[in-house]
Design a protein around this ligand. Structure first.
Ligand SMILES: [Mg+2]
Length: 374
């Protein structure tokens, strides 16, 4: 008798990717708290790009300044970030996934969606894990879902090295009591806004009439949030070549720049690097226009800008309003020297406060928000 075949979405997510790649060449560090970032010297400025699970127990994660990380986790072993090696490992992983078959959509350098037809989704997921391990010696978690949202959330619940299925049959049971920011696309800010309306959990959000949220969140985002809480997602899995939605480079200077000319020179240098990244990434099809460029500067009086702050008047908002959900940082996201490897750059948290030096003012005026390209 033929078994029944179903079409499922798998979300494959590498476990502690950057650290795992480092452990392949430093097996003696297995089981120890390992932190990768910057030049690998915690007395220098820089942020954590990857933290092992052992280190995360000390409250250290991607984006934690290296010095803070060293204070929280004194036994940690620090390693310098090596972007090229991680990119090569990422390509090996994606090649392994394509060997499995189905449609493979690269979603970041350590994650991908797959659309597969299978008569045993759990077995297929285990096979994917095993195949990635055989090809790359790296471990991944696999979420099984009936859409991308559920598959993505399922892989988070599968970690580490597990398989978890989240679909319409167990959505309410698994998700209803979780806080709203457990949803992919709901961040801390949105969760806070929802909480002020008495909506703390996914279940409460799902029970909210869509129209109720349209006022505060807009006619698209408001209803979309309610749909998310139901586990609804209609975005297709596509194997069109991965194109990063944004490109950015950031650098942490070992000493503050006080000289306007030096600031300008660094901005020019970083801009050229981003332009090169863009050129290198321009895939098939017509050249892509951009929504604009932003610049984030951190200086000694840095403060957070309120949400929606006008980038022209200080700082740059890292998220494009045309994009409903935050994207995992893709391959271009992690530069050496203090860049963050596996989370998106959040411009608003490094926004300049009141100018204290001439350099800050000049840097801010260079910000060019969402100018349509010709
Ligand atoms: Mg990952």
């Amino acid at each position: 008798m033929l078994g029944s075949v179903e079409r499922v979405v798998l979300h494959v997510d590498l476990d502690q990717f950057i650290v795992a790649v480092e452990l392949l060449r430093h097996p003696e560090l297995r089981g120890r708290p390992v932190l990768v970032g910057g030049s690998g010297d915690p007395t220098q400025r820089g942020v954590v790009a990857g933290a092992s699970y052992e280190a995360r127990r000390f409250g250290v994660r991607s984006g934690t300044p290296l010095r803070t990380a060293a204070a929280r986790c004194p036994e940690a072993v620090f390693l310098p970030a090596d972007r090229e090696t991680y990119l090569a490992a990422s390509e090996d992983v994606m090649a392994a996934l394509r060997e499995v078959g189905g449609i493979v959509e690269v979603a970041g350098w350590d994650e991908a969606f797959m659309l597969v037809d299978t008569d045993d989704a759990e077995r297929t997921a285990r096979f994917v894990q095993q195949h990635v391990r055989e090809r790359t010696a790296l471990a991944c978690s696999v979420g099984i879902g009936d859409n991308k949202l559920r598959a993505k959330l399922a892989s988070g619940l599968a970690k580490p090295a597990g398989v978890f299925r989240l679909d319409v049959s167990n959505w309410v049971e698994v998700m209803a009591d979780r806080p709203t920011d457990a949803l992919w696309g709901v961040g801390a800010k949105t969760a806070k806004k929802l909480a002020t309306r008495g909506i703390a959990t996914v279940g409460e959000l799902a029970a909210t009439p869509m129209a109720d949220l349209a006022g505060e969140f807009g006619p698209n985002i408001g209803p979309w949030l309610v749909a998310l809480a139901h586990g609804y997602d209609s975005t297709p899995v596509t194997d069109e070549p991965y194109q990063a939605r944004s490109h950015g480079r950031e650098v942490t200077f070992q000493r503050d720049l006080h000289d306007v000319a030096a600031v300008r020179a660094e901005i020019a240098r970083l801009s050229r690097t981003v332009a090169d990244d863009l050129a290198a990434d321009d895939g098939p099809g017509p050249p892509r226009g951009g929504h604009g460029a932003g610049l984030a500067v951190r200086h000694p009086h840095a403060r957070r800008l309120p949400a929606g702050a006008d980038p022209r008047r200080g700082g740059h908002r890292g998220r494009c309003p045309h994009r409903a959900r935050p994207l995992s940082a893709g391959p271009p996201g992690a530069a050496g020297g203090g860049a963050r490897g596996d989370r998106p750059l959040r411009g608003s948290e490094v926004s300049p406060g009141p100018p204290c030096q001439p350099g800050c003012t000049s840097a801010r005026n260079l910000s060019c928000p969402r100018t349509p390209s010709s």
